[in-house]
Write a protein that binds this ligand. Structure first.
Ligand code: XBP
Ligand code: MG
Length: 227
């Protein structure tokens, strides 16, 4: 039986990566770095999970030495201001799925690579004030040594919930996220996002355009991996 739904954040709950990209670019501009990440470059850089790591990878490519921690801290501030301004909506079906979970005693959790303030801000801006409290476990890139595709964030969430992987469903949008979830044996639903459409989703248990279709598939929502 499924007892919990585990959500990735960026690309899965909402299409946030354009807002992240804009926040990176504003932070770079403020520093006078002369860097501008366009969509094609950003798609490539997204293979590096974690904003600080992404900045360091780009600095390495262009042979620059920068204070990635400070730049990333500023990027997070800018991103949070923009999220709070209300420019992002959840992907289709996400709010309904969360409602379904709350109405059917399914625990909710977050397993993400992004930074903690970004998660709280996104949940509260889209699902309403206090909604981050609906999530029994929220684990982020700040809680782990190794970010996805490493499964550490999922291990932390399962430990918080006191559940086995077979009792949970994971929701992801990218290959790195799928690899992390499958590594701990989670059944994983993948809804590709604007930046991950061409990823290899081999190994996904279910590949959907959006989670809207899932609410009509009660069997999938109710059965466990033992079935
Ligand atoms: C996606 C990521 C993050 C974001 C940027 O996270 O890889 O790095 O692109 O956020 P997920 P930060 O899909 O696991 O939610 O700058 O805070 O890392
Ligand atoms: Mg994602």
């Amino acid at each position: 039986t499924i007892r919990a739904l585990l959500f990735d954040v960026d690309g899965t709950l909402a299409e946030t990566e354009e807002l992240h990209r804009g926040a990176f670019n504003t932070a770079f501009m403020e520093r006078g770095l002369g860097w501008k990440w366009d969509r094609d470059l950003y798609r490539d850089l997204l293979r590096i999970t974690g904003g600080r790591e992404r900045i360091l990878e780009y600095a390495r490519r262009v042979g620059a030495h920068v204070d990635a921690v400070a730049i990333h801290r500023r990027k997070t501030e800018i991103y949070n201001e923009r999220i709070q301004a209300g420019s992002i909506t959840l992907r289709p079906g996400v709010a309904a799925l969360i409602d379904h979970a709350r109405g059917n005693d399914l625990a909710l959790a977050i397993a993400t690579t992004t930074s903690r303030p970004n998660v709280t801000a996104l949940l509260e801006a889209t699902l309403g004030p206090g909604s981050s409290g609906w999530f029994a476990s929220i684990r982020t890139g700040e809680d782990v040594e190794a970010k996805k595709p490493d499964p550490e964030v999922y291990r932390l969430v399962l430990a918080d919930l006191g559940l086995e992987a077979g009792e949970c469903l994971a929701f992801e949008d990218s290959r790195n996220g799928l690899l992390a979830a499958k590594e701990v044996g989670l059944r994983t639903v993948v809804t590709p996002s604007i930046y991950s459409a061409d990823d290899d989703f081999g190994g996904a248990d279910l590949l959907l355009d959006t989670v809207e279709d899932l609410l009509n598939d009660r069997d999938f929502l109710q059965s466990g991996s033992d079935k």
